[in-house]
Design a protein around this ligand. Structure first.
Ligand code: ADP
Length: 857
C-alpha cells in the first residue's frame, strides 16, 4: 500500500470498511470507482471502463459517473440488490493541505432508499431485521425509512414461520447478527430473494430512548435496537421522524402463509407479478399514496376482532349510502399529498420550498375533510373526526413564510414572502430601488444622447452596462462613457455611477439570497417539532381514504355488507371479485356456498375449466374482504370469523424455484394440516395430481379423512378422482358438489354453475379440442380413453387396497420385504433423518445423489 499515491491509499482505506458496497468516491465532478468495483459497475451500469495510471506496473481499472446524474446509476445498482457507499469530499479542496479529506456520508441499500425516484409511492419499502433468542423465539422488525414507521413481531414457532412472515412482506433487505445459525441463514437466502446485512450491536441508542418507553419486552428492545443501529450507521443523518414501533400481535390477524398469499393473488398476480388482476387492484380506489399503502397493509393482515371489523364496516356503510359526501371527500383528498413521506424528508433535511407548499396545501384540506365528516352522526366516523386535528399554527407559519410558487432550489432565493422578515425586506427594498434607479438612468441617457435603442443590460461577467449600436455610437457626447466590451454590432459602456449602484444591488442580492436560505433552514428545523403531529394526521387520513375506497368499490360493484355468525357459513350468489371485474360484460355466473358444522368439507368435481378453482378462490377472497372491513361480492353473506386460510391451488411458478410440483404440493398440504384449526379455511385444488394416479388418489383420500376426523376445518377440495366422491358415504362431514358442464354435439359447454352432487366425466379431451390440438391426435386420445375406462372399471379401488397403496407412509412390512443389505439399511436410516423442509432443492438433489451412489455402487 505504501507505494500507492496518497489518494489511492485513502481510497483503499475507506474501501476496506465497505467491502460489501460499491464505493462511489467523489473526485471533483465525478464519483469514481476503482479495481473490482469498477469492473463490476462498468458491466452493471453499461458504462466505459478506463484505466488510471497508478505509478506502478499495472494501471488501475476505473470508471465513473457524473455526480449530478448519479441518482439514476445508484437506483440501478440498488434495484439490482447492491449497496452503494457515497464517499464525499468533506473539506474545501481549495484550502485543503495534501489529499482532500473524504468520508462515507451515506450507505444506500435496497431497504434504506429515501429518494422519491427510487420508491414506489403506493408501496411501503420495508427493511427487516431478524433476531433469534436463546429461548428459541424470534423477533422480526419491519422498518420504513421514508416514513419512520416500525413494526415488531414476536414469533415463537420456528424458522419456517419466520420465512412465511418475511415472504409475505416482500422485504428486500434483512439485517441479522453474525451469530445467527448458518442453517437459518442458508434457508433465508434460499427461500427469499433478499439482501442480507449484518449488525451486531443490540444495545440501545440513547437518543431514541423515548421511542421505546412503552416496550417492556427485552427481546423487542434488542431487536429494535439492532435495526436502529444499522440505520444510524448507514444513514449518518437526522432521524427525527422515527415513530414509536407498533407491536403486531399475530394472533389478532388472519394468518395467511406465503403460499396462500401468492395463490390467492392478493397483492400481485402469480405469473406477471402485476398489480393488475390482483385483489388489491379491484379494491384500490384510494386517492392518496398514503391510503394506497395503508390498503395494502390491511389486505395483507385481515382482522379477527369482530368489533374492529364491524367498526370499519359501519363507516363503509355510512359512506356507501352518502354518494354526494363521498364524492366531495374524494375530491378533497386529491389535494392531500404524501404527508407521511414529506415528514420523513423534513427530518432528513431534504425538503425544498415546493415540498412545504405541498405540505401547506395538504394541511389546508383538513377543515374541509372535517366538515364533510361532520355531516355524519355515526359514532365511528365521529371518533375518526375527533382525531383529525387541524394544525393551525403550522399552517399559519407556512402561509406567512413561503411564497406560493417557489423554485426547486433553496439556495437561489425567491422563496420567502415579503413581510416575513424585516431584514430581508430591507434588502429587497434596496434591490428594488436599485433596479428602479437603473430604469430611470436608461430613460435619462436615452434623452441626453438621443439614442432610442440605448439600453441597459446585465450579465454575470461584466455586471450592468449601457449598450449602444455601432451605428449610433458617434452620438455619444465625448467622455461620457467608458468603453468595456465590443460586440459585432454594438458597443458596451459603463460609468462610475452605474458601477457604484451595481455594487449596492449585488450586495443586497447576495445578502438576501443568503438570508432566505437561513430563514428556510430555520423553518425546516421548526417543522421537525411538528413531525409527530403530521404523522398522526397522515395515519388518520390514510384510514379515511381506505374506507372511502371500500365504499366506492362496494357501490360500483354492487357488494353487500356481510354479517358475522358463530359457525355456519352461507353465501348467496357469490362472485369472484377479480374475474367478474375482468369479464366486465356481466356474464359471470354467481354461485352459492354453504358450509355448516355438520357438512364442512365440500368435495368438488367437474371437468377441467369448469370453474372449480375459481369457486374456491372466490370463497377465500370473500372471507378476506369481509375481515378487512369491506363489503363482499355476493347478494348475501353470513360468515364466521376465520383464523387462518390455507390454499393449495395451482403451481405456476414453483418450477422456477427449482422444486418439483409434487414436492411443493406436499409442503403446502403439510403446512395446512399441521396448523389449521376448526376455525380455519382450507382450499385444496387437485391435490395429488403431481404424482402417479394411485399415490395421488391415496394421498387425497387420506388428507380428506384427516380433516374430517381431526382438524374439522372448513374445507373445499376439488379433485379429478371421481372415485373420491364415494367418501360422502363413508365420511360424516363430506358433501359432494360439482360444477356443471353440458355436452352438445361432442362439444362441452361450461355453465360454471355449482350444484349438489357429483360429476361423472372428465371432459379433458374436449378441452384439448378447444385448444385446437390436431384432429388426429384428439381421435387417438378418445380411443385410448375408452380403453383406460374399461380397465378402470375392473379395478375399483377399495379402502383396504388403498391402505396398501399408502404403505409408503408406514414402517416397511418386514415379512414382505427382502432382507436389506447394510448399505441399504444405512440409506433407510439416513432417509428417516432428513429434514426435507430445511433443505434447498439443490441440497436435496445432492443428498439424493449420494444416497443413490450408496445403493448402486
Ligand atoms: P377448473 O379449476 O375447474 O379447471 P377454473 O376455475 O380455472 O376451472 O375456471 C376456468 C375458467 O372459467 C376461468 O378462467 C374463468 O374465466 C371461467 N369461470 C370460472 N368460473 C366462472 C363463473 N362462475 N362465471 C363465469 N366464468 C367462470
Amino acid at each position: 500500500m505504501s507505494n500507492q499515491t496518497p489518494m489511492m491509499q485513502q481510497y483503499l482505506r475507506i474501501k476496506a470498511e465497505h467491502q460489501d458496497a460499491f464505493l462511489f468516491f467523489r473526485l471533483g465532478d465525478f464519483y469514481e470507482m476503482f479495481h473490482e468495483d469498477a469492473i463490476k459497475a462498468a458491466q452493471e451500469l453499461e458504462i466505459t471502463l478506463t484505466k488510471r495510471d497508478s505509478g506502478q506496473k499495472e494501471p488501475i481499472p476505473m470508471c465513473g459517473v457524473p455526480y449530478h446524474s448519479a441518482e439514476g446509476y445508484i437506483k440501478t445498482l440498488v434495484e439490482k440488490g447492491y449497496k452503494v457507499a457515497i464517499c464525499e469530499q468533506v473539506e474545501d479542496p481549495k484550502t485543503a493541505k495534501g489529499v482532500v479529506k473524504r468520508e462515507v456520508v451515506q450507505l444506500i441499500t435496497p431497504g434504506t432508499v429515501m429518494e422519491s425516484s427510487m420508491l414506489h409511492e403506493n408501496e411501503s419499502n420495508y427493511i427487516g431485521s431478524l433476531t433469534h433468542f436463546q429461548d428459541g423465539s424470534f423477533v422480526i422488525v419491519y422498518h420504513e425509512l421514508s416514513t419512520g414507521e416500525s413494526q415488531l413481531i414476536l414469533l415463537e414457532e420456528d424458522i419456517t414461520q419466520v420465512i412465511h412472515e418475511l415472504a409475505n412482506q416482500q422485504i428486500k433487505e434483512l439485517v441479522i447478527g453474525t451469530s445467527l445459525p448458518d442453517s437459518y441463514r442458508r434457508q433465508l437466502e434460499a427461500q427469499l430473494q433478499i439482501v442480507l446485512s449484518y449488525e451486531d450491536e443490540v444495545n440501545f441508542v440513547g437518543e431514541f430512548r423515548d421511542l421505546v418507553e412503552d416496550l417492556n419486552d427485552e427481546r423487542f428492545l434488542k431487536a429494535f435496537s439492532r435495526i436502529l443501529n444499522y440505520i444510524v450507521r448507514t444513514q449518518k443523518r437526522s432521524l427525527h421522524h422515527l415513530q414509536k414501533p407498533h407491536v403486531i400481535q399475530l394472533q389478532n390477524y388472519v394468518s395467511l402463509d406465503m403460499y396462500s398469499k401468492r395463490n390467492l393473488e392478493l397483492t400481485e398476480t402469480i405469473r406477471q407479478k402485476d398489480r393488475y388482476g390482483s385483489l388489491l387492484w379491484v379494491l384500490d380506489k384510494t386517492v392518496t399514496a398514503m391510503g394506497a399503502r395503508m390498503l395494502k397493509k390491511w389486505v395483507e393482515r385481515p382482522l379477527m376482532d369482530q368489533r374492529q371489523i364491524t367498526g370499519r364496516l359501519e363507516v363503509v356503510e355510512q359512506l356507501y349510502g352518502a354518494f354526494m359526501e363521498r364524492d366531495l371527500l374524494r375530491e378533497t383528498l386529491k389535494s392531500v399529498y404524501d404527508l407521511e413521506r414529506l415528514a420523513g424528508r423534513v427530518s432528513f433535511g431534504n425538503v425544498n420550498a415546493r415540498d412545504l407548499i405541498q405540505l401547506k396545501q395538504s394541511l389546508k384540506s383538513i377543515p374541509n375533510i372535517k366538515n364533510i365528516l361532520n355531516e355524519f352522526s355515526n359514532s365511528n366516523i365521529k371518533a375518526i373526526n375527533d382525531k383529525l386535528v387541524y394544525p393551525e399554527a403550522l399552517v399559519t407559519l407556512l402561509e406567512e413564510s413561503i411564497i406560493d410558487e417557489p423554485p426547486m432550489s433553496i439556495k437561489e432565493g425567491n422563496i420567502i414572502k415579503n413581510g416575513y422578515n424585516e431584514q430581508l425586506d430591507t434588502y429587497r427594498d434596496a434591490l428594488k430601488n436599485g433596479k428602479a434607479w437603473i430604469l430611470e438612468l436608461e430613460k435619462r441617457e436615452k434623452e441626453i444622447t438621443n439614442i432610442k435603442s440605448l439600453k441597459i443590460g446585465y450579465n454575470r461577467v461584466f455586471g450592468y452596462y449601457i449598450e449602444i449600436t455601432h451605428a449610433n455610437k458617434h452620438l455619444i457626447p465625448e467622455g461620457r462613457y467608458e468603453r468595456k466590451q465590443t460586440l459585432t454590432n454594438a458597443e458596451r459602456y459603463i460609468t462610475p455611477e452605474l458601477k457604484e449602484k451595481e455594487a449596492l444591488i449585488l450586495e443586497a442580492q447576495e445578502k438576501s439570497v443568503e438570508l432566505e436560505y437561513e430563514l428556510f433552514v430555520k423553518i425546516r428545523e421548526e417543522l421537525k417539532n411538528e413531525i409527530e403531529a403530521i404523522q398522526q394526521l397522515a395515519t388518520i387520513i390514510s384510514q379515511i381514504d381506505v374506507l372511502q375506497s371500500f365504499a366506492e368499490i362496494s357501490e360500483q360493484n354492487n357488494y353487500k355488507r356481510p354479517t358475522f355468525v358463530e359457525n355456519d357459513l352461507y353465501i348467496k350468489n357469490g362472485r369472484h371479485p377479480v374475474i367478474e371485474k375482468v369479464m366486465e360484460d356481466g356474464t359471470y355466473v354467481p354461485n352459492d356456498v354453504t358450509l355448516t358444522k355438520e357438512e364442512f368439507i365440500l368435495l368438488i368435481t367437474g371437468p377441467n375449466m369448469a370453474g372449480k378453482s375459481t369457486y374456491m378462490r372466490q370463497l377465500a377472497l370473500t372471507i378476506i374482504m369481509g375481515q378487512i372491513g369491506c363489503f363482499v361480492p355476493a347478494d348475501q353473506a353470513k360468515l364466521p370469523i376465520f383464523d387462518q386460510i390455507f390454499t393449495r391451488i395451482g403451481a405456476a411458478d414453483d418450477l422456477v424455484r427449482g422444486q418439483s410440483t409434487f414436492m411443493v404440493e406436499m409442503l403446502e398440504a403439510n403446512h395446512a394440516l399441521s396448523h389449521a384449526t376448526d376455525k380455519s379455511l382450507i382450499l385444496l385444488d387437485e391435490i395429488g395430481r403431481g404424482t402417479s394416479t394411485y399415490d395421488g388418489m391415496a394421498l387425497a383420500h387420506a388428507i380428506v379423512e384427516y380433516i374430517n376426523n381431526n382438524i374439522k376445518a372448513k374445507t373445499l377440495f376439488s379433485t379429478h378422482y371421481h372415485e373420491l366422491t364415494d367418501l360422502e358415504e363413508s365420511l360424516e362431514h363430506v358433501k359432494n358438489i360439482y360444477v356443471r358442464a353440458e355436452e352438445y354435439d361432442d362439444k362441452v359447454v361450461f355453465l360454471h354453475k355449482v350444484e349438489v352432487g357429483r360429476a361423472n366425466e372428465s371432459y379433458g379431451i374436449h378441452v384439448a379440442k378447444l385448444a385446437d390440438l390436431p384432429d388426429e391426435l384428439i381421435k387417438r386420445a378418445t380411443i385410448i380413453l375408452k380403453e383406460l375406462e374399461s380397465k378402470q372399471k375392473q379395478i375399483n379401488v377399495k379402502q383396504d387396497e388403498l391402505q396398501t397403496q399408502l404403505s409408503f407412509f408406514d414402517e416397511p412390512k418386514q415379512q414382505n420385504a427382502k432382507k436389506l443389505t447394510n448399505s441399504e439399511n444405512e440409506v433407510v436410516k439416513e432417509l428417516r433423518e432428513i429434514n426435507l423442509l430445511e433443505m434447498t432443492p439443490l441440497e436435496a438433489m445432492n443428498k439424493l445423489y449420494s444416497l443413490h451412489q450408496k445403493v448402486t455402487k
